[in-house]
Design a binder for this molecule. Structure first.
Ligand SMILES: [Zn+2]
Ligand SMILES: [Zn+2]
Length: 237
């Protein structure tokens, strides 16, 4: 059976040799499982600190000096201005290429490594999509990334508890912070708060633009009793 799986893989490689999802050059054998080449990966700048979720100040030593009463810290692996990162996210969300979650998770893991925002007892919760949106894409992009993080770090992934109860317009279609906040208000709910209460929660999303989506999710998680929250995203604007 293993032989047949390997054979199938080899035939597929000949028919459509694996290429880097960013520069589209053929991948080396060692890069095949990564979906991007080493040179593209190494050229992506990785951030080295957490951020204030209100003013986005970079927090030296990951400690709050501003907005001390803020309900969560923001972890953003890189910048959405980076064209390579943008391309990977575009492939994942709009070209429905679920395999792009793997290199995006690798970027997030490179960021997480030295900062260690996730402890073994944390709960990773991907920002949910409305079921009709998820059906359209075939998967939830944040969940695809969160799955990789959970697998690699051995930290529990929780899905189906934080849910989306309102089918809102996609945030990129809405201009202005106030309008975005209005659009997203009341769109999340927690089914079973007991599973959240007293825990350190790590919501994961792909991009942090206005912050409205993450803010709203954290508000609901806090209401459900989350003790600490660190919101993680691949890229922030
Ligand atoms: Zn490349
Ligand atoms: Zn601040």
């Amino acid at each position: 059976m293993n032989y047949l799986i390997r054979l199938k893989g080899a035939v597929l490689d000949i028919l459509s040799p694996p290429i880097c999802l960013i520069c589209e050059k053929a991948l080396q054998k060692t890069e095949k499982e990564e979906y991007i080449c080493a040179s593209c990966f190494n050229s992506i700048p990785i951030n080295t600190a957490l951020y204030c979720s209100i003013c986005r100040a970079r927090l030296a030593d990951n400690k709050k000096v501003c907005h001390k009463k803020d309900s969560y810290l923001l972890g953003a692996a890189t910048s959405y201005d980076d064209e390579k990162v943008k391309k990977l996210i575009w492939r994942l969300k709009y070209k429905k290429q679920k395999c792009a979650a793997k290199p995006l998770a690798k970027i997030l893991l490179a960021y997480i490594g030295p900062i260690r925002p996730i402890s073994p007892a944390s709960l990773i919760i991907p920002i949910p999509l409305h079921p009709s949106r998820e059906r359209g894409r075939g998967f939830n992009q944040s969940e695809a990334i969160a799955e990789e993080i959970s697998k690699t770090l051995g930290v529990k992934l929780m899905t189906g508890n934080l849910i989306r109860i309102k089918n809102t317009k996609p945030q990129p279609e809405i201009k202005g912070l106030e309008k975005r906040q209005e659009n997203i208000a009341g769109c999340f709910a927690v089914k079973n708060p007991e599973l959240i209460k007293g825990k350190k929660i790590i919501p994961i999303d792909d991009v942090f633009t206005s912050g409205s989506t993450m803010n709203e999710a954290v508000k609901i998680l806090r209401k459900a009793g989350a003790a600490r929250v660190i919101g993680l995203v691949i890229a922030k604007v």
